[in-house]
Design a protein around this ligand. Sequence first.
Ligand SMILES: *Cc1c(COP(=O)(O)O)cnc(C)c1O
Length: 383
Amino acid sequence: MAKKGDFRTLCVHAGELKDTQYGGAISPLYASTSYTFTDVKVGQYPRYFNTPNQRGLCKKIAALEGAEAGMIFGSGMAAISTALLSHLKSGDHVVFQNDLYGGTRNFIKHEFSKYGIEYSFAKGSLAKNFSVEIKNNTKGIYIETPSNPTLKIIDLKAISSIAKKTGIWTMIDNTFASPVNQNPISFGIDIVLHSATKYLGGHSDICAGVVLGSKKAINIVFASAKNLGGTLSDYTVWLLERSVKTLFIRVQAQNNNAQQIAEFLDKEDWVDHVFYPGLRTHPNHELAKAQMNGFGGMLSFNLKSFINSKKFLLSLMLIKPTMSLAGVESTALSPHLTSHALLNENERSAQGISPQMIRFSSGIEAVDDLKSDLFQAYKKAKQ
Ligand SMILES: *Cc1c(COP(=O)(O)O)cnc(C)c1O
């Protein structure tokens, strides 16, 4: 479905609720968990994902991704686990990208076998690496691009065409790109997932998730979601609506900062390698240009071996060495020590994660302040 209207206007106005009682400028918060029974099949109730604020916010986010319908969940993992379980049954098989978000990897590793669901990992990020894994019982392909933390790019059109030929579904975790930078539905991907804890929330104070797709796909997700119960409180739904109004300007600023920091680090002699799709030297720069509207606020880099990576993180003064990402404040972490600590050494090196790697999430601060902070931390961490 084509997007209707300018993205910036949709961020502010799509799905807003009118305050007909008092004429207030913003969507009223309807905190009620109980609504008058009317002659409908599904009454309004938070765990039915259909309260006024939930429906309003779904409309807004669906408009940003060009989706027919959507659902808001209590976390990114609630959205991801429910979308997957609703589309699978015992005996089915899914092909996953190898470098998955850690929580998703743990979910399939620990839960799928209990339900008799099979899976395999593509052995590379090319479309053919996915197609060779497809078996008779394969029901779908699940991808994440740009990937975490090495910012690999997967060809959306190629993946969706393989899936369409085989008659299977496709899901993407679009968290790293955000709806500002990438709209996978326009490339034929069926279901788009977001951890709204990241860019959609954007202020490191909301935990939420989103599933978007056709009405048919969302009906399938809903049928399981009302039983699994991963709903989001209307208070947080209302707060998330406020966040999404500034999504475009935040992500634009984060894109710009990330590009400039990637170019800066690329020239520094204490940095070994910079992973950022906006760099011309990135192996998939052209593909990223073709399928993304911006290269995103996330980048990674490897420090040279004479720098102690832990000391580097602890020496940062403005950039916070914290978990998570996508807030208006810049943050950095060591994937080796945190987000990917549960993987073994082989799994980490298969994904290209070295102990010298730093993952950087650009905030909206002045870029010169960020560069100075990175530089002074390097000076302190030289050994
Ligand atoms: C954070 C994150 C998730 C999980 O989201 P939660 O809101 O923490 O449950 C999923 N995918 C990606 C890419 C993430 O960064």
